[in-house]
Write a protein that binds this ligand. Sequence first.
Ligand SMILES: Nc1ncnc2c1ncn2[C@@H]1O[C@H](COP(=O)(O)OP(=O)(O)OP(=O)(O)O)[C@@H](O)[C@H]1O
Ligand SMILES: [Mg+2]
Length: 328
Amino acid sequence: MAQTTDLLTIEDLTVSFGTSAGRVKALNNVSLTLSEGEVYCMVGESGAGKSTLALAVMGLLPRNAVVSDGRIMYRDIDLLHAGPAQMRDLRGREISMVFQDAKSALNPIESIGPQLEEVILEHSDVSLRTANRMAQDILFEMGMPDPKRIMGQYPFALSGGMCQRVMMAIALVLRPKLLIADEPTSGLDVTLQAEILQRIRDLVKEMNSSVLLITHDMGVVASMANRVGVIYAGNVVESAQVRPLFSRSQHPYTWSLLQALPRLDDPDRRIEPLPGSPPNMITLPDECPFLPRCFKAQNQCREEPKPKLREIEDRHYVSCYNPVVHQD
Ligand SMILES: Nc1ncnc2c1ncn2[C@@H]1O[C@H](COP(=O)(O)OP(=O)(O)OP(=O)(O)O)[C@@H](O)[C@H]1O
Ligand SMILES: [Mg+2]
């Protein structure tokens, strides 16, 4: 088997936000590794910490965020200690991101064309004319039929879906080595979603790039991921190759997420929504945060601190004292 090289390694990342109500513990000892050419999908409920993770890698956490523990290594660069100039250089040239809220990520007082051209000119040695051509081409690739017209428009004049595609164009135009895409297709209709996902696959194929893809959509996970990480209340509770994750999910949370999906091959199956609600991230307990909602909870879960991630099968990690058992 070909040797895989790790491109991004996150170890024990712990991030909280200061608020007037207390510290929001958004990420709690999160670890993951992304190899070259790999698509890693991060899934989890709203508020689980997915965007915080993405912003931490980009060095774009808001001012009230505190990183109290952990490391983020991109190749041999320690991103948490890289200077602003180095981060700026990496962003755009090597690492790029599609933000969840595309409209507010674009500059509201500049038209689309210059925003795209700027990224190209800042990170590559081409003329303005070439940058203009590249900008038009990438917008066309993103399904914009009239790129010239779009380039003259301001973000407020574009729909949410169009802003998402512009954001995607900015993120992909320089063929980044690492793409972080935070819900990149959530506002798009299915045909456009398929197009955008195909562009991401093309990037992986052409450049052997790695993608950290954040999504709520298990269909997107099934069609895109090599590996999947499931995050609950700022903790990665399970990570595995995509097939075993779907067929042999071990954490009760993952199992419940998958149970809540309708299935074409089993239309009569009862769909069980997950009972309860996510925990308060300010007063997170020391024990497993999923405990109050867990159908597999036992005494050990109440008495001991939250379990660490452990490898139970080849590259299948779970943080649970009493995982779901599958009959072979
Ligand atoms: N700037 C901030 N100040 C205070 N709390 C914040 C801030 N940003 C995020 N949070 C809180 O941190 C936690 C994680 O938020 P995050 O945006 O990472 O979740 P998410 O998984 O991306 O959710 P969604 O699926 O809704 O996008 C949430 O409890 C959120 O309210
Ligand atoms: Mg988010």
